[in-house]
Design a protein around this ligand. Structure first.
Ligand SMILES: [Zn+2]
Length: 386
């Protein structure tokens, strides 16, 4: 491990103090020193820097009963730090401007061609960001960075998308391209990891110290968030469960193995099976066929539900979380699917000793989760680097 030099220490201290103000504002210098274990002098120096940079303001607190002295509390200046959160998916992209609390100030979306080159998507993002900033009348100087969530495996160190089957990208230097079209420092990460982080900080998993987020949709994946930190593994691939082998006699997977999890439960694999029976285009149509009692649709969806419940059990056995959030295009719009999944988990598929050790819920943030997570991560990087 790299030894921390003095500059690293300063950056780390700034970031720590900023996080504490963000979480506990308004707060006194003394309380910050107490919580961080830093000396009052160090805390005062950092606050003075933040104040000069326009991030924090002092507010005077009335003396508490019995004491004559007034103490000064610090709070963040409203909208002093903003960032851009971006989500890139197969057929669309979304952008939002996010404040330090993770509130979405304004957002927009754009259509993209499946398989579109990264350079084209980067140009679209540059154009949309300019429209968004001009339309909202906010000061572009307040944007400290931009975070992007993509489906696939990402090298977070250099912002390269190593492989995204859904976007059709391999070894794409995305961060550099977006910096070129927006002029902002850029961080790139896997979308489920960012969504999980957002749910723990701002959504359905607030108060949880070990959150698992599962995504069921065009792909299948999971993310583990431990006390506000994304668990990454050695190459940021922790939680990539799509190619866990479930059945050696199963169907061929596009990765070259057989019986991978994704061959049982993703939207494309379910649709390709469904089309053997009827010419349907979307998962919504398959869902309607199930609801209307079509036998073939029941076989398909109920088998998928069993594999989803097995996935919850397998992931929970591996990570031992206190909270599980299930999300994605197969869950968010369909309460019936969510209820059926929870029922299978409760009655059958969760290993006995783990029952009752975690709670399960849907996502609170749904379509804004990735935007909020990517915006907040961009702010954290900014405070660690400056
Ligand atoms: Zn596979």
């Amino acid at each position: 491990m790299k030894k921390l030099d003095q500059d690293d220490m300063k950056r780390q201290n700034r970031s720590t103090v900023f996080q504490i103000i963000k979480q506990h504002q308004p707060i006194s210098r003394a309380a910050i020193a107490k919580q961080t274990g830093m000396s009052p002098t160090t805390v005062s120096r950092i606050i003075a820097e933040f104040s000069d940079e326009g991030y924090v303001v002092d507010m005077e607190e009335q003396a508490s009963a019995g004491r004559g002295r007034k103490s000064t509390l610090i709070r963040l200046r409203e909208h002093s730090v903003l960032s851009v959160g971006v989500q890139i998916d197969r057929e669309f992209g979304m952008l939002a401007i996010v404040d330090v609390q993770g509130n979405v100030m304004t957002s927009t979306s754009f259509a993209r061609e499946p398989g579109e080159a990264a350079e084209t998507t980067a140009r679209r993002i540059g154009g949309k960001l300019t429209e968004l900033v001009e339309g909202s009348g906010m000061d572009r100087c307040r944007l400290v960075g931009l975070g992007i969530g993509v489906p696939g495996i990402v090298n977070v160190e250099d912002g390269t998308v190593r492989l995204s089957v859904q976007l059709g990208w391999r070894e794409v230097g995305l961060a550099g391209m977006i910096t070129e079209t927006t002029g902002l420092p850029v961080v790139v990460d896997n979308e489920l990891k960012l969504k999980g982080l957002a749910e723990q900080l701002r959504g359905a998993a607030q108060g949880s110290s070990r959150t698992v987020l599962l995504g069921f949709g065009h792909g299948v994946g999971s993310a583990l968030i431990r006390r506000g930190e994304i668990y990454r593994g050695a190459t940021n691939s922790a939680g990539e469960i799509a190619h866990m082998m479930m059945n050696p006699q199963g169907m061929m997977c596009d990765c070259g193995n057989v019986g991978c999890l994704q061959t049982f439960i993703t939207i494309p694999s379910l649709l390709s099976e469904a089309r053997k029976m009827e010419p349907i285009d979307t998962f919504g149509e398959l869902f309607e066929q199930w609801q209307s009692g079509k036998r073939w649709a029941s076989f398909l969806l109920e088998q998928a539900l069993v594999y989803m419940a097995m996935t919850v059990n397998n992931v929970v056995s591996m990570y031992n979380p206190d909270r599980v959030i299930v999300s994605g295009e197969m869950i968010d719009p369909y309460p019936e699917i969510y209820e059926a999944l929870v029922d299978l988990c409760r009655t059958k598929y969760i290993w006995e000793p783990l029952r009752g050790t975690f709670s399960i819920s849907r996502s609170d943030l749904a379509r804004h989760g990735v935007l909020i997570g990517s915006g907040l991560v961009a702010q954290n990087v900014y405070f660690q680097l400056n």
